[in-house]
Design a protein around this ligand. Structure first.
Ligand SMILES: [Zn+2]
Length: 73
């Protein structure tokens, strides 16, 4: 009954405000900025193992879906 509603927390931003949505993903690893790419199949092993979180490169919203670190240039 009320249990479902409790998951809607105010301030937990997971909605991108950009157009188009999620123009890019970024994360931080050991103080270095890393680029991320959406991964529809789920987050990569490295992301899960390190507990990394991705945010939108445009608006900074927390990316709620699976993602992986992009290859370095
Ligand atoms: Zn955004």
């Amino acid at each position: 009954m009320f249990l479902r509603w409790r998951s809607f927390r105010r301030g937990a931003v997971s909605q991108c405000a950009c157009t188009p949505e999620w123009p890019g993903l970024r994360s931080e690893l050991d103080g270095h900025e890393m680029r991320g790419v959406p991964s529809p199949g789920g987050s990569s092993f490295l992301v899960l193992q390190l507990g990394l979180e991705a945010t939108c490169a445009g608006c900074g919203a927390h990316y709620p879906h699976g993602w992986a670190l992009a290859d370095r240039d």
